[in-house]
Design a protein around this ligand. Structure first.
Ligand code: ADE
Length: 426
């Protein structure tokens, strides 16, 4: 039996002494707590800190987030991965504004009705932001509890019950964070610091000598391997689409001044929903095509897109691991066919939009002219199939919500253009 008051005291005393100073631990408004908990789902504290600080500057409260466009929200999340969290947080902000009068509900059940808020997040927010005595079991807490109660593979329900009985009604938020922190810094997976653990005297696994086996490893998820051909259509001297701002600006470095490339927004559902990408097509043969196979796949994709271009040069593949998917992207530089209609002039910046962190407005891709069909402007509601591609100056690519693998492809393209200055397009 655990002596609850002694256990809570020992844990909280340790937490008060050793707690990390983290930006979301000062000024605990419900909004700040919610943003931090969304970012911390699946992502390490050290990674989250700079994103969190930038996010708060850009979207300081529910109103600012609810009013922002989807592209802007996704762009601010680029680099954190698991982009569904950003879309959910954005939708949650709109629900808070529309259904709760701009105030986050305090009740864990009401919190669970918001997009992206599961059992864990509801418990964390209700306890940390509102002082509700409810448990919050994330991966770190799960490990601590499995060791404390010497459990091999308990159900989520069992763990929630154990955690609910432990939580300190006087300081529930601190208590839950103390458990998380213990899991992250002391009761770690590999070599736990049992010697310095403030609650070691109550640890069942330590007594049983099973710390190394608790919790039992979960069976590995099956991972699918998929290859994609990616068409990187580039027009080096379009004569339009000059990057906004002076060409000498650091972000223009490495970008030929007038090069434009073709991108599209991904559908509103599924993997990387709403993000931008170079158009791609899943390969039939598990991602290892020969050059000929790749060129044929690129030609087929260009045909599907209605783009008059020819595959010219494959770039080095880019690999990326998603939760259930190992993707290999095979980029192919493609040159528009000649005669090639120039894209329309790039829209000049409007002062009203000049509010992004780097002082530039969010990129607005330009529709490709005929012979491509010109799609309606892509806003918050991308359809379930990819919209037609649009041109964007290479120098403005970084302003798009472009996921990590696509950024690597863009970097390979820039290097190739720099190393092959004379290679003509067309
Ligand atoms: N992981 C999830 N939420 C956390 C928090 N509030 N503090 C530290 N780590 C966390």
């Amino acid at each position: 039996m655990i002596d609850l008051p002694a256990f809570r005291n020992a844990l909280l005393e340790h937490f008060d002494r050793t707690r990390r100073s983290l930006p979301w631990r000062s000024e605990r408004t419900p909004y700040r707590v919610m943003v931090s908990e969304f970012m911390l789902q699946q992502t390490r504290v050290e990674t989250v800190i700079p994103y969190y600080e930038r996010w708060l500057r850009r979207f300081p409260g529910w109103g600012a987030l609810a009013e922002a466009g989807e592209d802007e929200v996704l762009r601010a999340w680029v680099g954190l991965g698991y982009y569904r969290r950003a879309r959910n947080l954005h939708s949650a902000a709109r629900m808070v504004r529309e259904e709760y009068g701009g105030r986050l509900p305090e009740d864990p059940e009401a919190l669970r009705g918001l997009p992206g808020v599961g059992e864990y997040t509801a418990g964390a927010v209700a306890s940390i932001a509102f002082g509700r005595a409810v448990p919050a079991v994330d991966g770190n807490v799960r490990r601590v509890l499995c060791r404390l109660f010497d459990l091999e593979a308990p159900t989520a329900g069992r763990l929630r019950e154990e955690a609910a009985a432990l939580v300190d009604p006087g300081r529930p938020g601190d208590f839950n964070e103390a458990l998380m922190e213990l899991g992250a810094t002391v009761c770690t997976p590999g070599t736990p610091g049992c010697g310095v653990c403030p609650v070691r005297e109550w640890c069942g696994a330590r007594v049983a000598g099973t710390v190394g086996q608790r919790p039992a490893r979960r069976p590995r998820r099956e991972v699918r391997r998929v290859g994609y051909v990616v068409v990187v259509v580039v027009e080096r001297s379009a004569g339009v689409g000059e990057p906004r701002g002076p060409a000498r600006s650091p972000r223009a470095a490495g970008n030929p001044p007038s090069a434009v490339t073709l991108v599209r927004k991904r559908p509103a559902t599924g993997l990387l929903a709403g993000m931008w990408e170079f158009p791609s097509l899943e390969l039939a043969d598990d991602g290892k095509p020969g050059h000929l196979g790749l060129a044929a796949a690129a030609t087929r994709l260009l045909g599907d897109l209605g783009v008059h271009a020819r595959p010219a040069t494959p770039l080095h593949p880019v690999r990326h691991a998603f939760t259930h998917l190992r993707a290999t992207y095979h980029p192919v530089i493609c040159f528009p066919a000649r005669p090639h209609p120039l894209p329309p002039p790039y829209a000049p910046p409007t002062p009203a939009c000049a509010t992004t962190p780097r002082g530039s407005r969010p990129a607005t891709p330009v529709p490709h002219p005929t012979p491509l069909t010109i799609p309606p402007p892509v806003g918050d509601t991308a359809p379930d199939h990819p919209p037609s591609p649009t041109w964007i100056p290479l120098a403005d690519l970084d302003d798009l919500a472009l996921p990590a693998a696509q950024r690597k492809i863009a970097a390979r393209l820039r290097t190739w253009l720099r190393d092959n200055p004379r290679q003509a397009c067309g």
